[in-house]
Structures are given as C-alpha cells and as structure tokens.
Design a protein around this ligand. Sequence first.
Ligand code: ADP
Length: 504
Amino acid sequence: MRVTREALLAVAIVAVATIASVSLRDSLAPTNLAMIYLGGVVAVAMRCSRWISVTASFLSVAAFDFFCVPPYLTFAVSDYQYIFTFAGMLVVALVISTQTARLRDHAVHAAQREARTEALYRLSSKLAGETRVFEAARAAATLAEDVFGARVVIFLPEDGKLSFRRRTSDLLPVPPSEEPIAQWVFDHGHKAGLRTDAHSDAAALYIPLRGARETFGVLAVLPDVVANVVSHVGNRIFAPEQQQLLEVFASQTAVAIERTLSQRAEEETRVHMQTEQMRSSLLSAMSHDLRTPLASITGAASTLRSQNDRLPLETKQELLESISDEADRLSRLVGNLLDMTRFESGGVELRRDLYPLEEIVGTVLQRMEPQLEGRTVTTELAENLPMVFVDDVLLGQVLWNLLENAAKYTPPGTPLELAAFESEGAILIEVRDRGPGIAPGEEERIFEKFYRGQSKTMSEKVRGAGLGLPICRAIVQAHRGTIQALARDGGGTTFRISLPLESR
Ligand code: ADP
C-alpha cells in the first residue's frame, strides 16, 4: 500500500520535472535541464524508500534522454558526448538517492529510539507509584495501548494458574479458546501466538511478564487499532523494533510487579513483627493487670463461700465491694483493650456533629463525680467558644481518661483544672494538675501503647495497663487534632488537646 503510494509519487515528481524541462528546453542547454531532474530525484529520495528513489534516478535519466536530448521523443542520441552527461547524471542521482535514504533512516531510527526511551520512561514513572499488583498491571496495559496503538490486556494468575478472568480490561478481546496458549506462555516464559513460531494463527500475541525469579502474568497484544489513539510509534506493532520494545515493556512491568510484591512482603513482615511485639506486651500487661484483680475477686469470692456463716456482716460487705471494684477495673481494662484494637484496625467510625463544649465537659464531670470526690475541679471555658465538630462520646472518653489519670497520679485533694479556649484556628482543651509531673523525656513515651511512667512513685502504686493515653491520642488524631503532655510551671502536668476548628 505504502509502496504503491510512493511509486505514484515518484512517477508524478519525474513527470513534473519532465514538463518543466520540456517547457524550458528551448531556452536552456540540455545539461542544465538535467539539474531539474536531479532536483526531482532529491524530492523523491526525501519521501520514498531507497529502491523507489533508485528507480526514479533511472527513470529521470531515461526521461531526460527521451524528452530533452535531440532528437526528441526517441532514445537515440545525435551527439555521443551526451553519454557522459547520462552517466554523470545517473551517478549523481544514485548517490543522492542512497545518501538521502541513509540520512532518513538515521532520522527514523533516532525518532524510534527517542519514542522508545519516552515510552519506557512513561512506563516507569507510571508504575513507580503503584503499590498494588493489579493496579500496576492495569496502568501498564493502558499505557501500552497508547504507545503501541494496539489493544493490550494483561492476564494475571489465580491460585498459581493463569486466568482469563483476572484481567486488566472488562472486555475479553481474545477468544476464550486461547487460554491454553496464554497458560503455555505463562508456564514456559516464552512468547507465543500471532506472528511467532508457536500458534501463529492465534488472535493475539502473548508475551510473558517475566521477572527475575518468576512469571507474573501474560500480556496479550491484538493488532487492531484502538479508535482515537494517538500513537507515538505508530501502530506497526509487529515490526521487529516494536516487538522488541513490547518485550522490554513487558519485562519492565514484571519488574514493577515484583517490586510491588516485595514491598508488600516487607510490609507484612513489619506488621507481623509489630503484632508479635504487641502480643508480648499485651501478654505481660494481661498477666499483671488481669491477674491481680482476678486474684482479688477469686480470693474474696472463695472466702465468702467457705466462711459465709462465720464472717461479720461488715467484712462480707467489704469483700463484696472489693469484688465489685475489681470487676469494674477488669471491665475497664478489657474495654480499653477492645477500644485500642478497634482503633488500630480502623474499625471506629466517628459520629461527628456540632456540640457546645460545655455540654460534653458537663456530662463527663457529672459521671466522674465518684472518682473526683474531695477535689476541686475548676473549669475555665472561654466565653463565645465556637461549637466543636466532634464525636461527643469519644471526646468525652478522652476527657474521662485524662481526668482519671489526673486523679490517679496526683496526691488526693490536689486541685484539677479543665480549661478551653480558641487559638489560631484551633480549640485548645487543657486538663491540668498539680501532681508530681511527667518525668523529663517521657512526655512522648507515655502515649505509647502499654507504656507506664517509670520514675514516679505514683504509677508504681496505681494500677493501669498503659492504654489510656494511647487511646486518647488515637481518638484525637481521628479528629485531625493533636495531644501532648506539658510540664507546668510550679509543678504538675498539662495535657493539651488541639482540635482544628471545623464546620460539619
Ligand atoms: P496507665 O494509666 O494505665 O498507666 P496511661 O496511658 O493512661 O496508662 O498513662 C501512661 C503513663 O503516663 C502512666 O503510667 C503515668 O506514669 C503517666 N501519666 C499519665 N497521666 C499523668 C499525670 N496526670 N501525671 C503524672 N503522670 C501521668
């Protein structure tokens, strides 16, 4: 098709040179007319393939002889000196046509190299950000369609076998009967199908996505052009250089998939290690914090059972109270553990709404009356405080945990403060105490799971699992806020929550 077009173009150019020469042959010497033909040969060589321009060179010499060298309209020549003109003209025409064709080939190769580099660059930058195998395969297939101007689909394995169901396109552009060919390509790591030695009658060309250690899938290429695809390389998808590029494309995709998988494996190992670490901390916390109240409960219960008749009423009452207190503690601990797990697995959904902060603070203080008995709790809520867009139950839990800690870790009777004010687009809520404070260097560590303050005598006496503050932080962060522990001038601790001012 292209050859016919080029041949017609060459004939047309020689014809135009002939018309021009004939109209000028009375005013110009024949040797000058030869220049017009040489111009034509240059024009042909710039647009057509090498052998067409060589043919045009011969045709030009023949036309020059026939139309421009007397006697006209015959190949006979009156003056044999023209033989030299013909020979010179032919040599020059042939040199022009071969050199021009060579230059053009160079240019075409350079353009192909550039297109290839660009295509591979686009591929690697597209795949660089992908963290999931399927998404990486889909991105590669879409880009391949664009670059090669062909229909491309990638098949991935399922349970170790290649599956036509796990593919990057909703449509299945190849006949299902070709699944065994794709499977063969997957198993052997060699291409097959259209225009190859194996199954050359297939609808598509199948190329394996071969990584360093294994094959990750199969890329199928169908020669039909996708509508509206602007292709950089053209759609001569089965030209050798295109095939080569396709194979590089496939292996780059495989490398990207391999990287994605190894990243995932690393991540899994990390999570596994973290889980292991957490499990051991959990076990040690459990063994202490669950066993102590359980031992008290069991002890009290068995005393009550065995000596029920002999015990004075008062002692019975005390034992029952201790059972109830310890059971409460156990229930809180288990609750905290469950909360933490829910937060970590992302299973907590915030039910946010606009609330006046006084309402949340009021509810918490009222519910905490028993724990705060004998303390003065001063609340300083700034006037005209905007409503807060929060999950009221969860924010209430944060305040509860902080106030409970303040009550636990400070000497009985010392005052507590709860303040809230607006500052630089955020609402700051502070819970302050006048206790022994956090040991320097522990301000961040106390927010770690299962971490308990070491240096203060208070935390030795007080029981806990080191989960209260991590839960506070998880809740506050879920609200896009921050929480930190600050030392107070004159002794004591301030826990400061900063919540960004948000509307619903
Ligand atoms: P728990 O109270 O179960 O130990 P938390 O996560 O609530 O766990 O607290 C972690 C540690 O932070 C506590 O063990 C304690 O040492 C320290 N801490 C928390 N609040 C205060 C406070 N108001 N004053 C002094 N230390 C505190």
